[in-house]
Design a protein around this ligand. Structure first.
Ligand code: MLT
Ligand code: MN
Ligand code: ZN
Length: 303
């Protein structure tokens, strides 16, 4: 199974348009940015599944020959799986509107409802080729398939994670929104655990991560008050209020991830304010000292 990190940044990307933090300034000056959170996955190297559809999807697809069109019109992207209904993980769906046929979108029941309601992506896209929403059952493995029902050789299990509904979801009810994914190659058994947003390392996260060949985990913030400290304003929620477990500090993910039993662990969905982005930082050394990697755009892993 092949895994490509298309984008390793959290919402806003690096640099973020209105952020003057040292990481964003450094990225502007050196031309080394990061695009927003997305992963491409394939069991056969020909048909690809996008895990989340980022606002940077167009540039991400252009940068990877694996995702280029086949023939005069067509795509190597067979399906999309969204782990949540956040703007940074769903806006890219609109950028797929030129598709010639309806494409399958796997998401939790709560996220499908949001995309048909307060963030009406499915309704907007219905005027184009359209999207076929497929609800991910909770805690049950399903085989991912393309738009015409051919199996993609990947089993996907979704487990709900500790989060809160997206900010725009003012009428959100008590449904499952954000999920952690366990994705297994049905031929080789290779397994990816994909958890780009999580407020805790709880039983659900443990169940998807156990024995995984690769765990990609929420690296949004180093500390709980990071956004406020970066000048985002006193009304800005903390990392924990946003449903992102900080990496550093007591009870942070750095303490917990090494105990999960994944063979390799990388942080993804990294916010531009996070000090781990600076290679020379003390925080980066702590992450690497714990045997955890900081994902980069364009990284590829064969499982
Ligand atoms: C998140 O991951 O918490 C959201 O994407 C934040 C946002 O609204 O950008
Ligand atoms: Mn996000
Ligand atoms: Zn910044």
């Amino acid at each position: 199974m092949r895994v490509i990190i298309l984008g390793s940044a959290a919402g806003g990307g690096l640099p973020q348009w209105n952020c003057g933090c040292s990481n964003c300034q450094e990225a502007r000056l050196s031309g080394t940015g990061r695009t927003q959170s997305s992963v491409a996955l394939s069991a056969d190297g020909a048909r690809w599944v996008l895990l989340n559809a980022s606002p940077d999807l167009r540039a991400q697809v252009a940068s990877r020959p694996e995702l280029w069109p086949r023939g005069a019109r067509g795509t190597a992207i067979s399906a999309v799986v969204c782990t949540d209904g956040e703007i940074d993980h769903t806006l890219g769906l609109l950028l797929l509107r030129e598709a010639a046929t309806r494409f399958p979108l796997y998401a939790s029941a709560g996220v499908v409802a949001l995309l048909d309601g307060e963030w009406p992506v499915l309704r907007v896209l219905s005027a184009y080729a359209g999207v076929e929403p497929r609800v991910l059952p909770e805690g049950e493995a399903i085989t991912l398939g393309d738009g015409v029902g051919r199996e993609l050789g990947i089993a996907c299990t979704a487990v709900s994670v500790a989060r809160r509904p997206p900010r725009y979801a003012r009428q959100a009810t008590a449904a499952t929104y954000d999920v952690a994914l366990r994705l297994a190659d049905q031929r080789t058994g290779a397994t990816l655990a994909y958890v780009p947003s999580a407020g805790a390392v709880d039983d659900g996260v443990q169940s998807v991560a156990r024995g995984a060949d690769l765990l990609l985990f929420d690296g949004t913030f180093w500390s709980n008050d990071e956004l406020r400290a970066a000048g985002a304003g006193a009304a800005t929620p903390t990392a924990r209020e946003m449903g992102h477990l900080p990496v550093g500090g007591r009870g942070g993910s750095l303490e917990l991830l090494p105990r999960l039993g994944a063979k390799r662990t990388m942080l993804v969905h990294i916010n531009n304010t996070n000090p781990i982005l600076s290679r020379a930082s003390r925080e980066r050394a702590q992450v690497e000292g714990a045997g955890i990697e900081v994902a980069e755009d364009g990284m590829e892993v064969e499982l």
